[in-house]
Design a protein around this ligand. Structure first.
Ligand code: HEC
Ligand code: HEC
Length: 326
């Protein structure tokens, strides 16, 4: 009995230690996100996903990787209003930043069906509305291309042992999603302020935070400054928004509240990229903002930039061939 209890305690310590190790490895902090049962995290899978994210072989003509539109120094957004696809089909919507995605659902501006990163990655690769990487019907070709590279053969074998050396399309999107779950940004001045470092924010930014909590946090809520719900903030424009999926006239012009982390480096703004600056984006909301409130609000939004995230080598183009220096 006594030994049984000690054994149990040892086991509990080992399990919680392993969980803490796993959270530490992906910088998830105390708040571990939900992970799909059929896509557990592993270091080799994340490394594979990172290579795939930067690989233009994922597009029909080898011209476009995920990172072509999602650039790290823009917090994985880009500097354009919209971005054309690999075959020059015009983009429809502004490229969103990619951070803290492990906790975010639904994904994209106005599609509540995009529940998982695995499904969303497939929309980028195979989607037709708009065509981005233009690989519809080319899943087998993608596997052949990747299979020519001994590095990929070895990484897929290690990351997905149950596929026994086959390179399945489903494993491509699983690896991409695993990498995306490691894109954690919690190192802004605002984070330091919230964890007790009171002078991490200037007095102007603190004043902006007070205004933000009063006027903005109803929608830009929580740790990632989004309620993940769909709102109409101004007049309905050309894009039907949520109504395109729901077919309900009440949903015309509704878009998912964007998270605002790193927002100072993701201009232009809004679903169509029509706001060139943060001040323009705020002004596009129907609600009036006092002009005296604007400089403090902007100072607060700038405090959401996490410079370590924008330069973290773990998220950048891999410089080594399969873990070995070139
Ligand atoms: C041609 C540019 C382009 C390429 C290439 C591209 N994306 Fe995107 N991505 C976008 C746009 C535009 C959206 C928003 C789409 C929408 O809301 O309708 C988006 C949305 C996303 C989202 C949702 C983010 C959120 O806040 O909800 C994720 C995740 C994502 N992309 C990952 C990827 C991955 C992984 C790849 C590569 C397999 C990729 N993207 C390739 C332009 C691109
Ligand atoms: C009713 C909900 C709601 C409130 C309140 C609200 N927002 Fe927004 N915000 C949104 C939605 C929805 C969008 C996207 C609209 C679009 O793309 O058409 C948005 C977009 C933005 C953007 C652009 C982000 C990007 O990546 O494109 C910024 C910046 C912003 N809001 C800041 C604020 C500030 C500051 C306040 C308070 C003064 C505020 N918002 C109040 C819902 C809200």
């Amino acid at each position: 009995m006594r030994y049984g209890l000690i054994g149990l305690l040892l086991l509990a310590t080992a399990v919680s230690g392993a969980l803490a190790g796993e959270r530490g490895a992906w910088n998830w902090g105390a708040d571990a996100p939900p992970i799909p049962a059929d896509n557990p995290m592993s270091a080799v899978k994340v490394e594979l996903g990172r290579r795939l994210f930067y690989d233009a072989d994922l597009s029909i003509n080898g011209t476009m990787s995920c990172a072509t539109c999602h650039e790290q120094h823009h917090a994985f957004a880009d500097g354009n209003r919209t971005h054309a696809g690999a075959l020059d089909d015009p983009g429809r919507r502004n490229v969103p930043a990619l951070q803290n995605l492990a906790w975010l659902s639904p994904l994209t501006w106005a599609d509540p069906r995009q529940a998982t990163l695995e499904a969303q990655a497939s929309v980028s690769i195979l989607g037709e509305h708009p065509v981005e990487m233009a690989m519809k019907g080319q899943e087998a070709e993608l596997s052949r291309r990747l299979g020519r590279d001994p590095c990929y053969r070895s990484l897929f074998r290690k990351a997905f042992p149950q596929s026994r050396g086959r390179i399945d399309y489903a494993d491509v999107v699983r690896a991409l999603a695993a990498f995306e779950r490691t894109l954690v940004s919690r190192g802004s001045a605002w984070d330091r302020f919230e964890s007790g470092e009171k002078d991490a924010l200037s007095s102007q930014a603190r004043q902006g935070l007070t205004t933000f909590r009063r006027d903005c946090a109803g929608c830009h809520a929580g740790a990632d400054l989004t309620d993940a719900r769909f709102h109409r903030i101004g007049p309905v424009g050309a894009d039907p928004g949520l109504a395109e999926i729901s077919a309900s006239p009440d949903d015309l012009g509704r878009f998912r509240t964007p998270g605002l982390r790193n927002v100072a480096v993701t201009a232009p703004y809004l679903h169509d990229g029509s706001a060139a600056s943060l001040a323009d984006a705020i002004a596009a909301h129907g609600q009036a903002v006092q002009s005296a409130d604007m400089p403090p609000l902007l100072a607060f939004l700038e405090s959401l930039t996490d410079h370590s995230f924008l330069t973290n080598p773990q998220f950048s183009l891999p410089m080594e061939a399969c873990g070995k220096p070139l």
